[in-house]
Structure formats: structure tokens, C-alpha cells
Design a protein around this ligand. Structure first.
Ligand code: FAD
Length: 283
């Protein structure tokens, strides 16, 4: 970490659990590189709703923690799981010295029907507080552009407040490319009496079609001008990466300058795009 500005902020990087040994080896290399360059507060590892990645998430979390010596925060989604299942996962994490959990509802794959003791993330946060007290730092998800299934923006904010008051310590946002949405969200939280760090999730831009598909699924908006610009590059991936690095770095810098408490990088298990942004941040 090079600078005072960077020292004052919290940086973290997200991974997904690899399915193969080669994927795991690549992830180790990514984690080592990001540790050396960014020295993040923590790495986080995603979790498939309904427990579909239970083993792979657990293995990735414990291996990365051992290998890098960094704090690792497992994501835990509650939809499709029983209290007993989540209690036993949390017991295992506690035994491994895990101190931070990203507590989520998750999305069941469409067409899947599964028994669940939980309907929303606030119930998971309350469950962890009830059974584990303050042993875990709890991160929750926030949606500056409003969660795609929310009844409306006002109700979404009320639901976010309920989740925070259930015992969350901090939040990480869904990615966005419109920084006004983030700062309006922060203002609204303050007006609702919420006072917790809300770290912007940063998605590097490296491939337009994947980004467009994923953004449609999770309700993140790609502004028209940005879409048109990325479409215009067609298969010219080098130009997409160059432009994406410039644009996302500049947005990240503005977020930090305007008071965001840090950045959470959706690394997609690769170090290159995240490091391009990191290296462009002001010293
Ligand atoms: P909730 O907070 O429960 O909100 C979901 C919806 O329900 C919202 O529309 C909200 O307004 C509404 N709602 C909330 N509480 C109530 C209530 N008490 N009564 C009625 N309505 C309510 N998904 C995964 O499967 N695995 C992951 O590892 C993962 N990691 C993520 C990490 C981050 C940082 C983010 C931002 C998202 C992640 N997701 C992950 C996606 C997330 O699971 C989905 O967006 C999911 O649809 C909502 O999860 P949530 O925890 O925000 O749910």
C-alpha cells in the first residue's frame, strides 16, 4: 500500500470458488499477487444459494486463509437452507478462525424448489447474532440502484434498514457505473439514521457481452453512453480493457475522493484488471 489516502481506506477482493484443481491453483496465484500489491483487509469467497458450493467455498476459504495468511470472509446465503445446515457451516468457520461473514439471502436457480428456514437476509443476520453473538463481523449486501425484486425504492431502503438493525457491521454494494446512485443511497441511509461503512463494489470492465448478460441478471445498469461505447469496440478486447481500466479507475478515484470508505473489487479470480485500476489510483 503506497499512500496515505489508500492507507485510510478499506480494500477487499472477491473470488468465486473454483471447481477444479487447476482453477484453485490459479486462484492461489491471483490471491498471492493481490496480497502483495493491495494487501487487502480481506478476501471474500462467494457461496451458491441452497448450499450448492458448500464444499468448494469452504475449501477455497480455508486454503486461501492458510496460504496467504490474509483474512478471508466466506459469503453465506440462507435461501434454501435450514437453520441446522447454516449452524454447522458457521461452527466450522468459527473453528477455522474465520472472523467475518458476508451474510446474504442469495437467489435460488429458477425452477428450483427447496425447503428453507429463511426468507430474507435480515433473518440470517439475526440468526447469527442470536447464536454466535459478536464473534463474526457481518457484512451485508446493498443496492444503490435498488434491488431488482424490490417492491419499490422506499420499501427496499426500509428492508435494508431492518437488515442493518438486525446486527450488520458494514455493507458492500452491488456494482454500478453511475456514482450518483451510490451517493444518493448513502444520503438516504444517513436520513434513515443508519451509520455504517458502505463500501462500493467495483466491477472491472474486460468483456462487454459477459458484463451485459450479468448486469441484466443482477439489475446493475450500464448507462446508455457506456453501452454504446463498449458495443462499438466489438471484438477489440484490448481496447475494451484499456477503456474499461481508465473509466473504472476514474470512477473509483471519484468515489474515494468523495468519501467512500474503501473499495471491494469483484476480481472474477483474475488479478490483472483489478491491479490496473489499483495502479491508476492516486498516490
Ligand atoms: P435481502 O436483503 O433479503 O433482499 C432481497 C430482496 O428482498 C430485496 O428486494 C429486499 O427489498 C427484499 N426484502 C429484504 N428483506 C425483506 C423482508 N424482511 N421482507 C420483505 N422483503 C424483504 N448471491 C449468492 O447466491 N452468493 C453470493 O456469494 C453472493 N454474494 C453477493 C455479494 C454482494 C456484495 C452482493 C451485493 C450480492 C451478492 N449476491 C450473492 C447476490 C444476492 O444474493 C442477491 O442479490 C439476492 O437477490 C439478494 O440478496 P440479499 O442478501 O441482498 O437479500
Amino acid at each position: 500500500m503506497k499512500t496515505q489516502q489508500k492507507l485510510d481506506k478499506q480494500f477487499s477482493c472477491e473470488f468465486f470458488p473454483p471447481k477444479t484443481d487447476i482453477g484453485m491453483e490459479n486462484l492461489f496465484n491471483t490471491a498471492e499477487t493481490l496480497k502483495k500489491e493491495i494487501n487487502p483487509e480481506f478476501f471474500s469467497v462467494t457461496f451458491g444459494a441452497g448450499g450448492s458450493t458448500r464444499e468448494t467455498t469452504f475449501n477455497a476459504v480455508t486454503k486461501i486463509q492458510k496460504q496467504t495468511g490474509c483474512n478471508v470472509a466466506p459469503h453465506l446465503s440462507c435461501i434454501g437452507s435450514s437453520k441446522q445446515q447454516l449452524q454447522s457451516i458457521l461452527d466450522e468457520y468459527r473453528a477455522q478462525g474465520i472472523k467475518r461473514i458476508v451474510a446474504l439471502r442469495g437467489d435460488m436457480p429458477s425452477g428450483t424448489v427447496s425447503q428453507s428456514d429463511f426468507n430474507h437476509a435480515n433473518e440470517l443476520v439475526a440468526f447469527i447474532r442470536e447464536n454466535f453473538g459478536d464473534q463474526f463481523h457481518l457484512e451485508v449486501a446493498a443496492y444503490p440502484e435498488v434491488h431488482p425484486q424490490a417492491e419499490n425504492a422506499i420499501q427496499d431502503m426500509k428492508n435494508f434498514k431492518t437488515k442493518v438493525l438486525a446486527g450488520a457491521n458494514s455493507a458492500i454494494t452491488q456494482y454500478f457505473y453511475n456514482i450518483d446512485s451510490y451517493f444518493y443511497f448513502i444520503d438516504n441511509c444517513e436520513k434513515s439514521g443508519l451509520d455504517l461503512p458502505i463500501v462500493p463494489g467495483i466491477m472491472p470492465i474486460t468483456n462487454y457481452s459477459n458484463l451485459a448478460r450479468f448486469s441484466d441478471m443482477c439489475g446493475a445498469e450500464i448507462p446508455r453512453w457506456l453501452r454504446r461505447k463498449l458495443e462499438a469496440y466489438a471484438d477489440d478486447t484490448d481496447s475494451i480493457k484499456d477503456f474499461g481500466a481508465d473509466f473504472v479507475s476514474s470512477m473509483s478515484q471519484k468515489l474515494l475522493d468523495m468519501g467512500a470508505p474503501g473499495l471491494h473489487f469483484y476480481s472474477m479470480n483474475q488479478s490483472e484488471a483489478t491491479l490496473r485500476i489499483w495502479n491508476n489510483l492516486k498516490s
